[in-house]
Ligand binder design. Structure first.
Ligand code: DX5
Ligand code: ZN
Length: 214
C-alpha cells in the first residue's frame, strides 16, 4: 500500500472544508492532522474543536499526529472525536505500551513516531504491536522544512526488520516530501507519505498527487 496523506497544516484554515473536499475530489482518502502543544515542539497548531468540525464534513481516514507531552491524557479523546489513526512520539512518554493499548482499545490504529535522532532500537519491543511507525524526516514543529537525507537509511533499516520478522506495521514518513524525496522514501520501504507545503503549494494538485506516487 502506498498513499499520499495531505497534511492539513498547510491548508487554508479559513477554508478547511473547501481544501479537504478539493483533495477528496482528486482521490485523496487519508488526511494527516498535526497537533502541537507549544511544549514538546516549539509551535502550536490545532486541537479538538477543529478535528470535531472537519469530522462532520469528511469520511476520509484521519491520521492524527500528536506532538504533545503527556499523550496518555489525550489519546482516548482524540479517538472519540473522530481520529482513525493516532500516533504519539516515543520521546514524550515512559509508557508507550500502555498508550498503544489505550488507542487499540478504542478500535483505532496506533502508531509511534520517532524524531530524527531517535533510534529504531528504542521501540524494538513494541514493533509487533504497532499498526504503523512514523519516521520524522524533519524536526517536528513546522511545515516547509528540508528533508533530512540520513533518514533514508533509517527507513531501510526499519523495512529490513519488518521483512526479517514478518511484521505487519506500515511505515509512514513525514516532512520535506516532494517528488524526489517521495520516490526515495518509497524505494526505501515507506508506505504512507505525508505531504504538506509541496502539495498545497502546487499549481496543479491533481498532477502533483500522481507524480508523488510515480
Ligand atoms: C511537521 C509536521 C508535518 C508537516 C509536514 O512537524 O509533522 O506533518 O505538516 O509538512 P511539509 O510536507 O511541508 O514538510
Ligand atoms: Zn505530522
Amino acid at each position: 500500500m502506498k498513499k499520499i496523506l495531505p497534511s492539513i497544516l498547510s491548508a487554508d484554515f479559513a477554508n478547511l472544508e473547501r481544501d479537504i473536499k478539493n483533495m477528496e475530489s482528486l482521490g485523496v482518502d487519508y488526511f494527516h492532522i498535526d497537533v502541537m502543544d507549544g511544549n514538546f515542539v516549539p509551535n502550536i497548531s490545532l486541537g479538538f474543536p477543529i478535528i470535531e468540525s472537519i469530522r462532520k464534513i469528511s469520511n476520509s481516514v484521519f491520521d492524527v499526529h500528536l506532538m504533545i507531552n503527556n499523550p496518555e491524557l489525550y489519546v482516548e479523546k482524540f479517538c472519540d472525536i473522530g481520529a482513525d489513526m493516532v500516533s504519539f512520539h516515543i520521546e514524550t512518554t515512559n509508557h508507550a505500551d500502555r498508550i498503544l493499548q489505550l488507542i487499540k482499545d478504542k478500535g483505532k490504529k496506533a502508531g509511534i513516531v520517532l524524531n530524527p535522532h531517535t533510534p529504531i532500537n528504542s521501540i524494538k519491543y513494541l514493533l509487533h504491536k504497532v499498526d504503523y511507525v512514523l519516521i520524522m524526516t524533519v524536526n517536528p514543529g513546522f511545515g516547509g522544512q528540508r528533508f533530512i537525507p540520513e533518514m533514508l537509511n533509517k527507513i531501510k533499516e526499519l523495512d529490513t526488520i519488518r521483512k526479517e520478522s514478518n511484521y505487519t506495521f506500515l511505515i509512514e514518513v513525514d516532512g520535506g516530501i516532494n517528488i524526489q524525496t517521495s520516490k526515495k522514501c518509497r524505494e526505501a520501504g515507506a508506505d504512507l507519505l505525508v505531504c504538506g507545503s509541496f502539495l498545497f503549494g502546487a499549481e496543479n494538485k491533481e498532477n502533483t498527487l500522481k507524480e508523488l506516487l510515480k
